[in-house]
Design a protein around this ligand. Structure first.
Ligand SMILES: [Zn+2]
Length: 109
């Protein structure tokens, strides 16, 4: 439980840094929740995101929307200044932060 709360808060901070243009990657290796739950043996199984969406790999979340957008428009690269200049990126990141914060009150967490 304590590990989960720490990972969720770290993940929220990570997304806030993405939004501020201080970080540029948002893959498995960049996420504290993935580090804890996206294991070979139990992929996403106990992650609060999975508990909420029933989808592996954050597919059915704003993360998935951002991933698709970045893949299509920014050629898989959130380089310096990208988020600051792209309202679509900002929209998805803001939505992900709201989504992650909503997990704080989830009974599954
Ligand atoms: Zn963008």
């Amino acid at each position: 439980m304590v590990k989960l709360i720490i990972a969720l808060e770290k993940s929220i901070k990570h997304w806030e840094r993405l939004r501020a243009g201080l970080e540029f990657k948002f893959g498995v290796s960049d996420c504290a929740l993935c580090s804890l739950y996206n294991t070979v043996d139990n992929r996403c199984g106990n992650c609060p995101v999975y508990a909420q969406t029933d989808e592996l790999g954050c597919v059915d979340t704003p993360h998935g929307d951002l991933w698709d957008h970045v893949d299509l428009v920014h050629v898989q690269d959130l380089g310096e200044g990208t988020v600051a200049n792209c309202t679509e990126c900002q929209k998805h990141i803001d939505a992900e932060i709201v989504f992650l914060k909503s997990l704080r009150e989830n009974d599954n967490v």
